[in-house]
Design a protein around this ligand. Structure first.
Ligand code: GLC
Length: 559
């Protein structure tokens, strides 16, 4: 028997087919979407804060990277109490970022380059500087102005709900009433039982659709509706944070009423020409609860945070891949995959933290500095697995450079309310928001030409700079470019997937499209895996090692 036959026999015994390809022309089903955090991406006017013109100037870089779309985090007028997720006007642009005309120009340039544009909608709360909240403060208890928010009378705290950023979710105003804020006290929750609130957002979606956006990312979609009577949460808060509790156990999350809102929004999107899409940021577990957001008349996609939470463990990864595909296939929705965003510890750091079951957004002040080199190695390998999975993938700016979490930021520079309200126990999310290094030997590493930066960039950021990686075949940037090109050529976004059992510490999948089968192997163990002799290597994540074995913490794509 030849080697090939032996392998074929072995494969037949150990392959589990879990997903089939299907005909589709809808871009969002297979898209790779790149998240731009505007304050930290590129700063055209040199004030130390990124801006819309900076993004427009770098769209060519994103086209060359090989992504299909960008999602831009909020750029609306905001006091920046929560990085722009505290909005004072949903239909304008913060002067720090530019003007509406700049956004129009960005959309136009992106479309010329073949990139779609998604923007962020934050419907759970406004800023306390929004005219509605200012009017509510000026009005009396029981007034229509207060009825747009959750103002209640209570002798003490109205219930035991905590703010996501620490402390209670309630603040008392001068006349004695309390208002609800699941996040910072400068982010009062809107009352979605109020028709005016619904009208504000239906109009806001239309406003941006009219300007040509291709879709929306909907912030904390699972929080909009609260259980009647605002009862105490008696569940286990730690289990809720670790994602091991069905989310609707909490009276402020995943309540059934949210779905009516999204049905109305889907109808608005459908009334526009083109193929517009919305993605839910819904921290909802388990998978079947998340599936409810993906029914045919609701969201097109939802972030798959269960996959993001998977630990560096073969069984955990396999289990998340099959649970995801099983759930999304059952409802005809695309799977999505994500490893990093502006809220969580960058995966080049997270994948080597001691307790990987911790909520990915919680960075405790006492956590030791994780190993940087091993972190990058794992991050590259994890990305190789993710970008081969069928469905849509999200990238977060800077991960294509292998950026690490900057956990050593000086206390006085930190701005995240999660740090400020967290009493010093949590470091917050600034460490994944440090401005992007473009050129090693330029002011602010090329983020602008003035050298200013709203968060200080650490010295080693220069080694990650785009100009250092461009053209170097071993760099993380070139790895991402190669993976995205192969993904496109081989149709990996819409392919069949089979899990292959090659051993307990290997995650192996066969991804099959009309362009052939790509075998992906990720080694999360401690022992190298011997490569099959008759395969062709399409890409691999290791650096400076000979390609005879797949070393630990590395991944490979084979044809
Ligand atoms: C979402 C955003 C996060 C923000 C929160 C409140 O989770 O991604 O950055 O702090 O909502 O708007």
């Amino acid at each position: 028997m030849s080697t090939l036959q032996q392998e074929t026999k072995e494969d037949l015994a150990t392959v589990e087919h879990i997903h089939k390809a299907f005909p589709t022309s809808e871009w969002w089903r297979t898209a790779v979407i790149y998240q731009v955090y505007p304050r930290s991406f590129a700063d055209a006017n040199g004030d130390g804060n990124g801006d819309i013109c900076g993004i427009t100037e770098r769209l060519g870089y994103l086209r060359d990277l090989g992504v299909d779309a960008i999602w831009i985090s909020p750029f609306y007028p905001s006091p920046q109490a929560d990085g722009g997720y505290d909005i004072a006007d949903y239909r304008d642009v913060d002067p720090m970022y530019g003007t509406l005309a700049d956004v129009d120009a960005l959309i136009e340039t992106a479309h010329e380059l073949g990139l779609r544009v998604m923007i962020d909608i934050v419907p759970n709360h406004t800023s306390d500087e929004h005219p509605w909240f200012q009017a509510a403060l000026a009005a009396s208890p029981g007034s229509p102005e207060r009825a747009r928010y959750w103002f209640v009378d209570s002798p003490g705290l109205p219930n035991n709900w905590p703010s996501e950023f620490g402390g209670p979710a309630w603040t008392q105003v001068e006349d004695g009433q309390w208002y609800l804020h699941l996040f910072d006290r400068k982010q009062p929750d809107l009352n979605w039982e109020n028709p005016e609130v619904r009208e504000l957002f239906a109009g806001t979606l239309r406003f941006w659709l009219d300007r040509g956006v291709d879709g929306f990312r909907i912030d904390v979609a699972h929080h909009l509706i609260k259980a009647p009577g605002l009862p105490d949460f008696d569940g286990d808060w730690d289990a809720y944070n670790r994602g091991t509790l069905p989310t609707n156990a909490a009276p402020f999350a995943d309540q059934d009423g949210v779905h009516d809102i999204f049905r109305e929004w889907r109808a608005i999107l459908e009334s526009y020409p083109g193929d517009r899409a919305m993605v839910a940021e819904a921290w909802v577990t388990p998978h079947d609860r998340l599936g409810r957001y993906l029914r045919a008349d609701e969201f097109h996609q939802a972030f798959n945070f269960d996959y993001m939470r998977a630990t560096w463990n073969a069984e955990a990864l396999r289990q998340q891949i099959s649970a995801t595909l099983r759930n999304t296939d059952a409802i005809g929705a695309p799977a999505t995959w994500v490893l990093s965003n502006h809220d969580v510890i960058r995966h080049a750091t997270r994948l080597v933290r001691e307790d990987q079951t911790m909520a990915p957004w919680i960075l405790e002040a006492t956590e030791p500095q994780p190993e940087i080199e091993l972190g990058l190695r794992r991050a590259r390998a994890a990305t190789m697995l993710m970008l081969a999975l069928p469905g849509s993938s999200y990238l977060y700016q800077g991960e294509e450079l292998g950026l690490r979490e900057v956990i050593e930021l000086p206390a006085e520079s930190r701005q995240d309310p999660d740090y400020i309200r967290g009493g010093g126990f949590r470091l917050g999310r600034d460490g994944c928001r440090v401005p992007i290094p473009w050129e090693k030997n330029a002011p602010a590493f090329g983020f602008n030409s003035s050298g200013k930066s709203w968060l200080p960039q650490p010295e080693d950021f220069g080694t990650y700079a785009v100009d250092q990686q461009h053209g170097n075949p071993e760099s993380t940037l070139e790895l991402y470019r190669r993976l995205l090109a192969i993904r496109r050529e081989r149709g990996l976004g819409n392919a069949a997937l089979a899990l292959v059992n090659l051993g307990p510490d290997l995650v192996a999948i066969d991804v099959t499209s009309a362009h052939g089968t790509t075998r992906v192997v990720l080694n999360v163990g401690h022992v190298p895996w011997t490569l099959p002799r008759d395969s062709r290597v399409l890409a691999w994540s290791a650096c400076g090692e000979t390609m005879e074995v797949l070393p630990p913490d590395c991944a490979i794509w084979l044809a």
